[in-house]
Design a protein around this ligand. Structure first.
Ligand code: FRU
Length: 480
């Protein structure tokens, strides 16, 4: 593939051709990051669901490998996870060599959880003879197993979704699983089916003595920006049950844009780095790209932080490895007062990064217009009257392939220390990812601008704003 087709992402993972949705089986193993994903190797629509496979040594440059698992006589291979069985706990490997174990949903007449193992770093997989390892208990939507080692109780834990709740199972040998508990009937948003759960422990504000557990669950439809999206819960997990922290009544949304779904973190790492499918089930089948359909988000490091108001929040920051893609510094500014609009002359870029710090003065609203051209723009702004960060893609280019694609998506966000707004923005050929105030709020959206829409401007409405600092970098392609 040449990876130079219209709208082909240059620093987000896409398969050379055909359909892709959820990231699956993400694991760091023998010096490589493995990304498996829901893939139709035979077409550019959902179907024949298989596990595609790509590897990377730096989280940025990905190499697509052969399809790892294809549908079998039991059904399609839906989402799931991969763990490292170091010491052959499962007994599925020879001697004490160990290998990789994949847990996935087999989607046949019913959905159940199955296991496969690999001795060649995930290239080929052998299905376990005793499948299913978790049979269907009579629940229609029963899928997306995620497996992890729970240090304190010295057990393997599996979580999966069942209708609109999460179920937990435990195992000593990675093969036999028993039911532990469930979570969700009384908590969170329930506008749709829950899908693709994820669970991990993180220090609060980097303090190793104060750790919390985060349970992230996706939901389709009914999410904050419409259609599919994610929510998360902060609490404790003792190896049996997830208990939500007291006082957490409002839904916490993972991302306020429309295109961040089915988030999964890499296993076998000492930090939490996750990736999501950058699309939405509302219109995923209609997006105008070819010969591929579906892209992954940037990898993001996830942390727990306490904000100015004492609330605990999940923050997401693009991984540092991305800095290696920086090319020329296109713009640099400091302490400039802006009142009105300023377009950046001779700017013609489709892949770049903006790092900006603003001081809120009298302006009611300010921000950037990216992917700007004849009658087109995508606005990334901060509304200081109503305190929200937003992306407006109503005039972003091709939007008419689905009535729910256009729109303005908003994340409530207060200025830091009362007056600072930080925006970190990644613009690729067909996406805009916005990290507000060090990743306290995030908006991920696809766009499909016309070929010439490659201008950039900065604006303020209703008074001036101070640009404390601004840097714009050209970003190189991962395909070079
Ligand atoms: C989430 C999802 C999962 C399922 C997979 C099928 O996007 O619906 O629940 O396993 O996609 O491709």
């Amino acid at each position: 593939a040449s990876y130079d087709e219209t709208w082909r992402p240059q620093f987000h993972y896409t398969p050379a051709k055909n359909w892709m949705n959820d990231p699956n089986g993400m694991v760091y193993y023998k010096g490589k990051y493995h990304l498996f994903y829901q893939h139709n190797p035979k077409g550019d629509q959902f179907g024949n669901m298989s596990w595609g496979h790509a590897v990377s040594e730096d989280l940025i440059h990905w190499k697509e490998l052969d399809v790892a698992m294809e549908p079998d006589e039991n059904g399609m291979i839906f989402s799931g996870s991969v763990v490292v069985d170091e010491d052959n706990t499962s007994g599925l490997f020879q001697g004490d060599e160990g290998g990789l174990i994949a847990y996935y949903t087999s989607a046949g007449d019913v959905q159940d959880q199955r296991l496969a193992y690999s001795t060649d770093e995930g290239k080929t997989w052998t299905k376990y003879e005793g499948n299913p390892i978790v049979p269907n208990p009579g629940i229609k939507d029963f899928r997306d197993p995620v497996v992890m080692w729970h240090e304190d109780s010295e057990k393997w834990i599996m979580l999966l979704v069942a209708g609109d709740k999460v179920m937990f199972y435990g195992s000593d040998n990675m093969v036999d699983w028993s039911y532990l508990s469930e979570f969700g009937s009384d908590h969170g948003a329930h506008g749709g089916v829950w899908e693709t759960p994820e669970l991990f422990e993180l220090p609060v504000d980097g303090n190793q003595d104060q750790k919390k557990w985060v349970l992230q669950v996706d939901m389709n439809p009914g999410s904050i920006a419409g259609g599919s999206g994610g929510q998360y819960f902060i609490g404790d997990f003792d190896g049996k049950e997830f208990k939500l922290d007291r006082g957490q009544t409002e839904t916490k949304w993972t991302d306020y844009g429309k295109d961040f779904y089915a988030t999964q973190a890499f296993n076998n790492m000492d930090k939490v780095i996750w990736i999501a499918w950058m699309s939405n089930w509302q219109y995923a089948a209609d997006i105008p790209t070819s010969p591929w359909r579906g892209a992954m988000s940037l990898p993001r490091e996830v942390s727990l932080t306490t904000n100015d108001r004492g609330e605990m929040l999940l923050t997401q920051q693009p991984v540092k490895e991305l800095d290696d893609l920086r090319g020329e510094k296109l713009i640099e500014m400091e302490n400039r007062t802006l009142d009105g609009s300023m377009s950046l002359p001779e700017f013609d870029e489709r892949t770049y990064e903006i790092v900006a710090t603003f001081r809120v003065d009298e302006a009611d609203e300010f921000g950037f217009k990216v992917a700007q051209g004849e009658g087109e723009e995508t606005i990334v702004g901060y509304d200081d009257q109503n305190n929200y960060l937003f992306t407006d893609r109503n005039n972003s280019g091709v939007t008419d392939f689905h009535p729910e694609f256009g729109g303005v998506f908003r994340a409530p966000m207060e200025a830091m220390d009362g007056y600072t707004i930080k925006l970190h923005i990644y613009v690729d050929e067909s996406s805009v990812e916005v990290f507000g105030n060090n990743g306290q709020k995030v908006l991920t959206n696809q766009i499909f601008p016309s070929e010439g829409s490659d201008d950039l401007s900065i604006y303020s409405y209703g008074g001036n704003v101070t640009i404390e600092s601004l840097e714009v970098y050209d970003l190189e392609s991962m395909h070079e």
